[in-house]
Each structure stands twice: as structure tokens, then as C-alpha cells.
Design a protein around this ligand. Sequence first.
Ligand SMILES: Nc1ncnc2c1ncn2[C@@H]1O[C@H](COP(=O)(O)OP(=O)(O)OP(=O)(O)O)[C@@H](O)[C@H]1O
Ligand SMILES: [Mg+2]
Length: 370
Amino acid sequence: MNDMSTIDTSVLSGGISIQGLRKRYHQHDVFKSIDLNVERGTFVCLLGPSGCGKTTLLRCLAGLIKPDAGLIGICGQAVYDGATAHFVEPENRALGMVFQNYALWPHMTVRKNIKYPLDRHRIPSRESDARIQKIARLVGIEALLDRYPAQISGGQQQRVALARALVNEPKMLLLDEPLSNLDASLRAQLRRDLRQVHERLGMTTVLVTHDQEEAAALADLVVVMLDGGIVQKGRYEEIMTEPANKTVARFVGYDNLLPVSILRQEDGVTQMRTDGGEVIWVNRNPYGGDSAKQLLALRGDSLSISETRIENALSGHIRRRTSLGHTVEVELDCSGNSLIARVPATQVSSIETQNVWVGFDTSSPLVPIN
Ligand SMILES: Nc1ncnc2c1ncn2[C@@H]1O[C@H](COP(=O)(O)OP(=O)(O)OP(=O)(O)O)[C@@H](O)[C@H]1O
Ligand SMILES: [Mg+2]
């Protein structure tokens, strides 16, 4: 039975609530104190570099790893409480899970694979047949039910794993990079399917991914982890427009972080000076933090290159051009700072001089230097 006496029940009303969660291995903290509240029905993407603790956090939610301290509540139920050693076994957490290698049983047909969790819960066979049909239709594998995993493609195996995770009508779906083994077009297809399944069934979903495109397409809430801590959470657009620090900025695709000195900010405009002495501005106010030195975060594909002077631009020196087909990657030196621009091939094909002006998007964010 749940011991609710030590738990602040107000935090359990949502989909997931995590408080002060700690996990260590051999004196090394994977995370020290994670706090996260997620409303029921939210599609969450856990984003972060390799080794930052995403899988560990997901496995703590699933109950496959026992944390060292803290509290986890799932859909109103305390499933872990470090203070009282309360721990709910994975099979009693009403979860569906798909892991990276999706581990189907090779000696069972697709139907048997999907049926497995139903048998574990002793669902009568008439009901289980109906549920298998329904879920197979939902993920588009009705025609494959009598084949073995080795007789279907990677993308189809992925759908079977998803069907198996969903067949017990979980309150929460946990997905650890389930699309990473697939080619680009199949990923895009399954990404759409995942979103659709989520919209139809409405369960809280946590997806671990390295892929910003996946996060952008799927997430209601993006949680960015770095070195075992949550550094930022919000809608994908919020994280894109206001990255909390330079690592997050790089992670969401700002290839260039240019040091600048802030001169002034008023009426929604921040004026700054580059290392090259150019005075430039962005339509941003306030900028991140209050330090006079900041980093202007610029996406390579938001830059433009011109031979003639343009307003509000950086002076640069072309070091190298690399053709990427329709676009060219141009490596520039801007007063000792290296800058990468990705511009249409037509924009630079006629440029012969090495000294150019680099235009940028005036909605680019500023991030703290440390
Ligand atoms: N069983 C274990 N024993 C010791 N250390 C572990 C164990 N499992 C994970 N770790 C360590 O904990 C840290 C977080 O690992 P985790 O698998 O959660 O990372 P991740 O964010 O999922 O990375 P990836 O994106 O590469 O999958 C890593 O430094 C890892 O080496
Ligand atoms: Mg992982």
C-alpha cells in the first residue's frame, strides 16, 4: 500500500511529479536533485547530450532503477519515496515502455509479442484478442500479426514495440530514443504516428531523444538536461528563443556564439560592440543576465554574406568554403572569432574578394558568457 503520510499530495495530482530525485553510482552522482512537474497528458521530450542522465531518469520513472533519494509520483500515485523506502514495482506502475533496441521476443509471433503483457496481467483471451486488434490497427500492423520479428522490417518492429507498450492502456508511455535506428523518412513517418497516437490516447508520454527536430515536432514540453541536472524547461520555441546558457544554445542549433560588449538597451533594442569594433543591434530586450559581456547566438543558416557593406553587419574574412550541394558552408574570421555561415550557393558564387560583410537575424538571442 502507498504510504501517503510523508507526501505532499498536492503535487501528485499531475501526470508526473519528481522532487529532489537523486541517483548515484560508485560515489558519482548521475543526478543530485531533480525536480520536475508535468501535467497529465503532456508529451515531454527529454533532450540532452550523451551521458547526461536521460536514460537513468527514465528508468527511475519506470521503476527499473531504484533512486537514492527523493520522491516520484505518477498520475496521483506515489511510486517512490526515499524517506520511507516506499517503492512500487515496475509492473504495478501502469506504464508502457519502448527502449532503444525495442527487444521483441524473436521466438514469438508479432501477435504473441503484443499479447505478452496482457497475459502477465491475466486478461481473458477474448478481451485480449480484441485489444490486440485495436492496437494493431492504431499503429498499422494488422497484416503482420502472424509473422515473426525476423520477418518484418526495422520500422515495423518499431511499431510492434509501440503496440506492445500501448496494449495495456498505460497511464504513461516511456520511450527511450525509439526512432534512432531508423532512416530519415521512416523516422519522420513514425514521428507523425507517435504524435497521432498520443493525441488519440492522451496518456502522459516521456520521450528521450538527441534530436532537436524530434523534440520540435512532438513535444508540448522540452526538458533539457546537462550533466545530471535540468537546466531548462519550456516549449521548444521558448528554448530556441531564450536558451538559458551557451551549452543549451549550441544544443538547439546556434552554431556561433560571438562575444559582444553591451552598450545599451532601450525600447526593445540592445546595442552592442563586437571584438572588431562594429556597433550592432538586435531587437531583444532584456538580454540574458546583467553582465556587460554577453554572447550573441547566431545560427549558421540565419547569416547572409555580402561584398558590399550592409547595415547592422559584421565584417568578416572568408577562410574556407565547403559545398553542401545547394548551400555552401563558409568559415569566416570575424576579428579573431570563428563563424560558420550556411548560405545558398548562389549567394557566394560570384563573390571573389575574401573580405565580406555578414548580416544576421536581428531576433537572435544573447546568452550569458558563463
Ligand atoms: N549501471 C551503471 N553503473 C555505473 N554508471 C552508470 C550506470 N548506468 C549509467 N551510468 C552512468 O550514468 C551517467 C548517465 O547515463 P545515462 O545512460 O542515463 O545517460 P544518457 O543521457 O541516457 O546518455 P545517452 O544519450 O548516451 O543514452 C553516465 O555517466 C553513465 O556512464
Ligand atoms: Mg540513454
